[in-house]
Design a protein around this ligand. Structure first.
Ligand code: KG4
Ligand code: ZN
Length: 346
């Protein structure tokens, strides 16, 4: 495989990002990776506001590109192509990235490669660990929750996923219900260590059903009811009850994810891959209890366990540049008619 150096752009949610990645026969190197988050812009509104996100992406994307090039020590003429997230995501943000990438491609004559954001996440274990196809992947974040068998750079089989909320979203809502700071995952995890998970037994929706689909919204409702019952009894939320609720919630999410991963692994291993490997990506993979459970499942089945570093699991442009390289190697190149696709299933 020839050595290719691509600039990648990402602007589909609330991070504006640009990166330069080079990949060749000896693997891939991230030459630069710039991520400008928008958390503080959206914080007063309690969620990502599409109009604010779109404006911030439009204002920052050029600067991110300049910074990524400067950090890599390369100029546009040293690149082999421009990769950009073309969806799925918030249309205003995706458009900023696509327009910027088209401008750069038109000005330089470099190939333009539109990348599916989820493919970027799903190919990250190849960027970081050089995993061979096919591998099993669990994407688990604030917006995603799905099992994918990754057969090739453009071949993904979704074998299950959430039918409602993503677990990260449920962690964030739980934090809000318990009066903990955002992002909810780390605060719930911290408090859970002081709690008794058995005190408030919470449901594990869909666990009794076959297959790899998951549901987290009923869990959230059950938690709300349990909290309200405590508040009604005590006129407030005593700190031990708060910790017990956090622990009960985390335990339920962990049980669901581990049991469904066990089934997904069984499906994947039944195809007898030559080098079985499982990768987890997304913010929720930072959770120690969840990660430990997944890791021991893999150990039981002699499956290689990969968890890329968190900065490459959360939204970034290095994964987009890398996915662009894989597409370019396959001759999957776009032209200036590339359009932004707010909905784009893998
Ligand atoms: O991948 P990510 O940064 O963004 C997207 O959702 O795309 O994931 C963020 C999510 C948030 O919902 C956050 O609460 C959750 O990941 N998270 C965690 C932990 N750290 C972050 N959830 C559980 N335990 C954690 N330690
Ligand atoms: Zn993402």
């Amino acid at each position: 495989s020839q050595t290719l150096t691509l600039l990648g752009l990402e602007s589909s949610c609330d991070d504006t990002a640009a990166a330069v990645v080079r990949a060749g026969p000896d693997g891939a190197v991230i030459l630069s990776s710039i991520v400008e988050g928008q958390t503080s812009l959206h914080a007063p509104f309690g969620g990502v506001v599409p109009e604010i996100a779109a404006r911030a992406h439009a204002e920052r994307i050029d600067h991110c590109v300049e910074a990524a090039l400067a950090e890599s020590g390369l100029r546009l003429r040293d690149l082999d192509g421009i990769a950009v997230t073309a969806g799925p995501g918030l249309i205003g943000g995706v458009l900023s990235g696509v327009m910027c990438a088209k401008g750069l491609a038109a000005a330089t004559g470099l190939p333009l490669i539109g990348v599916n954001h989820l493919a970027g996440h799903a190919l990250t274990p190849r960027l970081t660990d050089g995993l061979a196809f096919p591998y099993l992947m669990l994407l688990v974040s604030g917006g995603h929750c799905q099992f994918l068998i990754v057969d090739g750079p453009d071949e993904f089989r979704r074998i299950g996923g959430t039918i409602d909320d993503a677990p990260g979203e449920a962690f964030d809502k739980t934090a809000r219900l318990l009066g903990l700071p955002q992002p909810g995952g780390p605060s719930v995890e911290r408090l859970a260590t002081e709690g008794n998970a058995k005190r408030y037994p919470l449901p594990r929706p869909l666990l009794d059903r076959p297959g790899c689909d998951m549901s987290f919204s009923g869990l959230k409702t059950a938690l709300l009811r349990a909290r309200d019952a405590v508040v009604a009894e005590h006129g407030g939320l005593p700190s031990q009850d708060r910790a017990d609720l956090a622990a009960g919630f985390q335990h339920a999410v962990t049980d669901i994810l581990i049991e469904k991963t066990r089934r997904a692994l069984a499906l994947y291993l039944a195809e007898a891959p030559t080098q079985p490997a499982f990768a987890v990506a997304g913010g929720v993979a930072a959770n120690t209890a969840i990660r430990a459970g997944l890791e021991s499942l893999c150990a039981e089945t002699d499956t290689v366990f990969v968890a890329p570093p968190l900065r490459l699991c959360t939204d970034n442009a290095a994964m987009i540049a890398y996915a662009g390289i894989e597409r370019m190697r396959m001759g999957l190149i776009d032209d200036l008619t590339l359009s932004a696709r707010p909905r784009w299933p893998l």
